[in-house]
Design a protein around this ligand. Structure first.
Ligand code: NAD
Ligand code: HSO
Ligand code: ZN
Length: 427
């Protein structure tokens, strides 16, 4: 990790820069793949799956037999853990159902909203370097609560053309309706345009690497809505003397191990703490199976010592991390001042892994600074709220003149006339 001591504010944007990749090249490359999928459909997704996943697949749909076989391959303890996590995620997302009341805005004018689940949704489950079956729970559970009728899941196949059994088990548990062994840009293109047996959906959800994230952003221009840009994982830790250096190191590594393009950030008030965290990192890193990946992520990660708590808060709000852990004495007070973050973890006994798997909150979150403008996935992501209004004869007589006045001022005579005709009919 690069270390900065009380850096000048003007240098913050540069210090907090996410790992660079050639954005122009990436967009062009991803767009070329998407264009081919749009025009050629099935042959294009077959070709790109061979090229990027190294496996030749003719039919991408997962069969009932494959799902049944997978269930046998997941051990009972893992199944039980998945079920407990699913129950917490279900409880938290079910609590997001809001009561939508009818409101009489003025006499005779009643307005209300109805929440309607998006009919066809596509869930992308990352699988390039680790089979993230936890993401199936994070996306499938709110989709089901929202009442989405078609829930289509895509995830990359391995070299044998198979999907990790825990992904299939979780998909069946949450009620996914169709599953395809299809990953990367190919999956996003197929879900956005329809290709082979993959149906076109109205909205695509889920995290992924930079190719997946770019593909989602590109298809969202004209072909399918998306949840948000959710790319390479990040965590920032704010720490003071109450923090435990070994815990901090473990949290930083938990996100560094996701991919070489992950970034982790430590913001604290003492250089001694940075030394202790560095020592703990070295020790824990040596024992990680994904040591190489985590080491690459740490190469472009930063530890920053600042002068005051206010500066810590300001820096985090500027960075807008996907995850923020606050390991500080007054963590609740500090958390109140955070306005830009995807998900916040409070105190020394709340590791980010809890939210990644099982506490109940959603782990599909905005990265790369998008927490300034997007929420993470939640129940509302799967819902549209349709508004209704009903106006009585008294109501139109009361409000009609207001509408007429405003329509005339906007020089929209037909709008005014739609009211005037009704008022005349009541004379
Ligand atoms: N933000 C979040 O909420 C969140 C949650 C979980 C995971 N993540 C992130 O998701 C990512 C998962 O990445 P992953 O790679 O393991 O899995 P992935 O499923 O996102 O991507 C794998 C696919 O990328 C495609 N690909 C690989 N190299 C390519 C190339 N050169 N050109 C075009 N396509 C290519 C392949 O088709 C492959 O199937 C990680 O970065 C992780 O940090 C983010
Ligand atoms: N940390 C990831 C979100 O950035 C989610 C995840 C899934 N599995 C483990 N972690
Ligand atoms: Zn994680």
């Amino acid at each position: 990790m690069k270390r900065y001591l009380n850096p000048d504010k003007a240098s913050w944007p540069q210090i907090l820069e996410r790992p660079l990749f050639n954005a122009a090249d990436l967009t062009g490359k991803v767009k070329a793949i998407l264009d081919e999928i749009k025009s050629d459909g099935l042959p294009a997704i077959q070709k790109f799956t061979e090229q990027f996943d190294g496996v030749a697949i003719r039919e991408f749909a997962v069969t009932e037999a494959e799902i049944a076989e997978a269930s046998q391959l997941v051990d009972a303890e893992l199944k039980a853990a998945i079920e407990i996590a699913a129950s917490n995620i279900q409880r938290f997302h079910a609590s997001q159902v809001t009561e939508l009341r009818k409101i009489e805005t003025s006499p005779g004018i009643v307005c209300w909203q109805k929440a309607v689940g998006i009919e066809k949704v596509g869930l992308y489950i990352p699988g390039g370097s680790a089979p993230l079956f936890s993401t199936v729970l994070m996306l499938g559970i709110p989709a089901k609560i929202a009442g989405c009728s078609e829930i289509v899941l895509c995830t990359p196949p391995n070299k044998e053309g198979k999907i990790h059994p825990a992904i299939l088990f979780a998909a069946q548990l949450v009620g996914v309706t169709k599953i395809f062994k299809l990953g990367g840009v190919q999956a996003i293109g197929a879900l956005a345009y329809g290709a082979g047996s993959v149906p076109k959906v109205s909205k695509i959800f889920g995290p992924g690497n930079q190719y997946v994230m770019a593909a989602k952003q590109l298809v969202s221009i004209a072909d399918a809505a998306i949840d948000m840009p959710a790319g390479p994982s990040e965590v920032a830790v704010m720490a003071d003397e109450s923090a435990n250096p070994a815990f901090i190191a473990s949290d930083l590594l938990s996100q560094a191990e996701h991919g070489p393009d992950s970034q982790v950030v430590l913001v604290c008030n003492s250089e001694k703490l940075v030394d202790e965290v560095e020592a703990a990192l070295a020790k824990q890193l040596a024992e990680l199976s994904r040591m190489e990946i985590a080491t690459k992520a740490l190469d472009h990660s930063v530890a920053i010592v600042v002068n005051s708590e206010d500066e810590m808060v300001e820096m985090i709000n500027e960075y807008a991390p996907e995850h923020l852990i606050i390991s500080m004495n007054k963590y609740l007070e500090v958390a109140e001042k955070i306005v830009n973050a995807g998900s916040i973890f409070l105190g020394n006994y709340t590791p980010e892994s809890a939210g990644d798997y099982a506490s109940g909150t959603n782990h599909t979150l905005p990265t790369n600074g998008w927490a300034r403008s997007f929420s993470g996935v939640n129940l509302d992501s799967f819902i549209r709220k349709i508004t209704f209004q009903e106006i009585t004869k008294d109501g139109i007589q009361n409000l009609g003149p207001v509408i007429e006045k405003m329509a005339a001022a906007e020089q929209l005579d037909a709008h005014k006339n739609a009211v005037s005709l009704r008022l005349k009919s009541l004379e």
